[in-house]
Design a protein around this ligand. Structure first.
Ligand code: ATR
Length: 271
């Protein structure tokens, strides 16, 4: 049977096996998909061992996405810009590294009917998660992308990466905001510690869609706050998890699974 896996540390709570097994069942593909805990110092060996044992591809999660980029011998454009890889595929001549996180976000925004074309977008955060979605957002035809980060210099570093590819600007969180944004994406990890970025409510209007890449049993602090400020819709990152997995699956198997049924199963799995 064709072997796939997700590799990370920690990995116990990964829902990727649940997702990929459902995709396999739904598309009639015979494959196995397991979780692998890699020692922090031995990511490369863990991948090589998996490939030697017949592994055909794997997802890579925290904290190894940058190391996976180094390990890959060929990269997609999205992986190049992200400097990180979440999908490795064995090829005859090496290992192909792609990053489906950004396109996964775009597909989830589309699923939720968030109008991307000509939108003024605020991206909060400037770590790996933010970097991974820059290019897909610009490709989706947004009108303007502003990156705001607690540490302003990191937002400016991201701006430099993509300033040739669209209308991009950067600042700290304490910028003077002239009008609400159409779409706000929280790519900061603040929600993981039960916090939200300290930013003015002027960024939110009655037509603003708000997306928090974090998800959990409870609504995230940022989405809770955004709803109180009158955002038209708030969305968490669970759908992005499913969509990035669907794109990985299609890279490996050449067929794009339907994500709708898996979304519900995952939501149930959270509660
Ligand atoms: P990831 O790979 O998830 O992006 P990261 O590279 O550690 O993780 O980046 C975390 C991001 O969340 C950073 O942009 C960080 O801001 P700083 O660059 O100023 O550290 C942001 N972040 C984390 N906690 C935050 C908080 N409480 N408020 C605002 N931003 C926060």
């Amino acid at each position: 049977m064709d072997k796939y896996a997700v590799i990370g540390n920690p990995i116990a709570h990964s829902m990727s096996p649940l997702i990929h097994r459902q995709f396999a069942e739904q598309t009639g593909q015979e494959l196995s998909y397991e979780k692998i805990l890699s020692p922090l110092e031995h990511f490369s060996e863990t991948v090589q061992d998996f490939i030697r044992s017949g592994g055909m591809g794997c997802n890579v999660t925290l904290p190894f996405k940058e190391q996976a980029f180094q390990l890959a011998t060929r990269h997609s454009e999205d992986a190049e810009l992200a400097g990180a890889v979440n999908t490795l595929s064995c090829e005859e001549e090496g290992i192909f590294g792609d990053n489906t996180d950004g396109e996964g976000l775009i597909n989830d925004l589309k699923y939720h009917q968030v109008p991307l074309t000509k939108a003024r977008v605020l991206l909060i955060g400037a770590g790996g998660a933010a970097r991974g979605v820059l290019l897909p957002l610009l490709r989706a035809g947004v009108d303007a992308l502003h990156i705001a980060n607690r540490t302003p210099s990191k937002a400016q570093d991201l701006e430099k990466l993509v300033f040739k590819k669209g209308n991009v600007s950067a600042s700290g969180l304490d910028n003077k905001w002239s009008q609400p944004f159409d779409i706000i994406i929280n790519a900061s990890s603040s929600g993981l510690s039960g916090e939200r970025p300290d930013i003015s409510s002027e960024i939110i209007g009655q037509e603003t869609y708000v997306y928090d890449m974090v998800y959990g049993q409870q609504q995230t602090p940022f989405n809770q706050w955004a709803e109180q400020q009158g955002a038209v819709k708030v969305i968490d990152g669970l759908g992005m998890l499913v969509e990035q997995a669907a794109l990985s699956f299609s890279i490996w198997r050449g067929v794009m699974p339907d994500t709708q049924s898996v979304r519900q199963a995952l939501r149930n799995n959270l509660s």
